[in-house]
Design a protein around this ligand. Structure first.
Ligand code: AMP
Ligand code: ZN
Length: 494
């Protein structure tokens, strides 16, 4: 059974053929650590965590490189002005590296809460300045880069005469040019699509390094090209990131590698689709970002309650990574219920008695095996987690009915029962990364429902002392009760 992966570059699902048999080299663009990661960013990192875990399940040795962008990412992805770190550092009167440290630690903490495995290597842009300078120099030497006043640009027009620049998103130069503004003779770049490999720093710029072209700092795109080459080689298996990176960042990475090494860096380009809010992409600049911490505590005006990290992770798995996913209270509440149902069945599965007979219900036994076989088939079809979960939900009533005695205990053969247990464990825990006690806050939720019920009863009896005591004692341990319209009550953790 072969693994098929959708390749943005060829716009087809392709059979995965690793460059080195048994090994996978995968590079994923990491966060720009000048602010907290929002849930949209997390969707991309959780998707690649599942992909990483699935490769491991298949027995591959994976080198998973996910960088930290801690320099060079300019506002609006332009080539002039401050980088994002220096701007915040100036505003908050901190060292840029204090900003970087704060948000790197925050990011790792969020990844840990979501139970994402750490990548094999997590290189930083500032730790690889010399590699980036070397690459920019090689691009100049090969004739695709030019220097103007201490800034190094990539010559897109020249490159496009030899290789199609817009290859990744299947766009011609004319189309790409339409999307850019006229330079009006103001710009030092030769062409509108040219981008900076190295940027001259003004004296007051906070993060700058010496280079053959004077003091400056690297462009954002060269970071990923230099770091992926260093740890995975000039050509590696998979390069990933969110879909919003394909048109510029990844397009430029391909051009840089081709201009420098005459190779396209990755065989397969994988892009995750966007997490949206009411159909609009979740993004920091639009101000519609939800932070993971806000979800885990319920501390957000638009959230009706808190959701455990497992529930949020499960919510993301229910949609294929290449489809958009819309974020809402209703969807999260449905995921919470769904996960509880699934996890209860998983726990019931462990309690089913072993039997050493053949299947008493051969048809059911065959159907269970068919559903189990499809787990790997669906994952091998471009990592379709949603379809695997669909099959799991078909198996839930079978498991529960055996447990409740509605289906005889020996309906399935012992072999099938064992397979059912193994597959559920492998998928729920190892591949999907859900954890035991998985519904997380769910037990707490039940206790809270009980306390809220008691408080309502006390109020109805005008026993305000008891009702206030419940509210105040909860507040003392960091749980806030909110009175909603119509006498309803909700709660969140501080
Ligand atoms: P950044 O920190 O902005 O460089 O983004 C980190 C990663 O998150 C990139 O791979 C982006 O493509 C991805 N990303 C940003 N916004 C979203 C979103 N709304 N949904 C999914 N992925 C996103
Ligand atoms: Zn990148």
């Amino acid at each position: 059974m072969s693994l098929k992966i959708y390749n943005t570059l060829t716009r087809e699902k392709e059979e995965f053929k690793p460059i080195t048999p048994g090994h996978v080299g995968m590079y994923v663009c990491g966060p720009t650590v000048y602010s907290d990661v929002h849930l949209g960013n997390c969707r991309t990192f959780i998707s690649f965590d599942i992909i990483y875990r699935y490769f491991k399940y298949l027995g591959y040795k994976v080198r998973y490189v996910r960088n930290i962008t801690d320099a060079g990412h300019l506002e609006g992805d332009r080539d002039e002005g401050d980088d994002k770190f220096s701007k915040i550092a100036r505003l908050q009167q901190l060292e840029p590296m204090e900003i970087v440290q704060k948000y790197t630690l925050g990011f790792r903490d969020v990844m840990r809460q979501f139970n994402c495995l750490p990548p094999s290597i997590e290189p930083t842009a500032t730790g690889h300045i010399s590699e980036q300078i070397r690459m920019a120099q090689q691009i100049i030497d090969n004739g695709y880069g030019y220097v103007v006043n201490g800034t190094v640009y990539f010559d897109v027009e020249k490159y496009n005469k030899e290789k199609p620049y817009g290859i990744l998103t299947n766009r011609k130069m004319e189309e790409l040019l339409e999307g850019t503004r006229d330079l009006g003779g103001q710009d030092e770049k030769k062409g509108r699509l040219d981008f900076a490999l190295w940027i001259k720093a003004k004296p007051e710029h906070l993060m700058q390094w010496p280079s053959p072209w004077g003091m400056g700092f690297p462009g954002w795109h060269i970071e990923c090209s230099a770091m992926s080459e260093k740890y995975l080689g000039k050509q590696f298996d998979i390069h990933g990131g969110g879909m919003d990176l394909a048109a510029t960042h990844h397009t430029n990475e391909i051009a840089q590698s081709q201009a420098c090494y005459h190779t396209s860096p990755a065989n397969i380009w994988m892009h995750t689709n966007m997490l949206t809010v009411n159909g609009t992409r979740m993004s920091k600049s639009l101000g519609n970002g939800f932070l993971p911490g806000e979800l885990f505590t319920g501390n957000h005006p638009l959230l009706e309650k808190a959701y455990a990290p497992n529930v949020v992770r499960f919510f993301m798995l229910q949609t294929h990574y290449r489809s958009t996913l819309d974020f809402s209270n209703e969807a999260l509440q449905a995921s919470e219920k769904g996960l509880k149902r699934l996890w209860d069945a998983y726990e019931n599965l462990a309690k089913l008695p072993a039997n050493d007979t053949a299947a008493a219900d051969a048809e059911l036994d065959a159907n269970v095996n068919k559903l189990l076989n499809e787990f790997d088939e669906f994952m091998n079809d471009d990592f379709n987690t949603a379809k695997v979960l669909g099959n799991m939900f078909e198996l839930v009533p079978v498991i529960n009915s055996i447990k409740d005695g509605l289906i005889r205990a020996d309906a399935l053969s012992s072999q099938t029962l064992e397979r059912l247990r193994q597959k559920f464990k492998a998928y729920l825990e190892d591949i999907f990364g859900l954890q035991s006690g998985s519904a997380g806050n769910e037990k707490l939720g039940e206790v809270m429902d009980m306390l809220i019920g008691m408080r309502k009863e006390a109020r109805a009896k005008k026993d305000f002392a008891t009702s206030d005591r419940i509210r105040d004692q909860l507040a003392a341990i960091g749980i806030q009760l909110k009175d909603e319209k119509g006498g309803a009550m909700s709660w969140n953790l501080e």
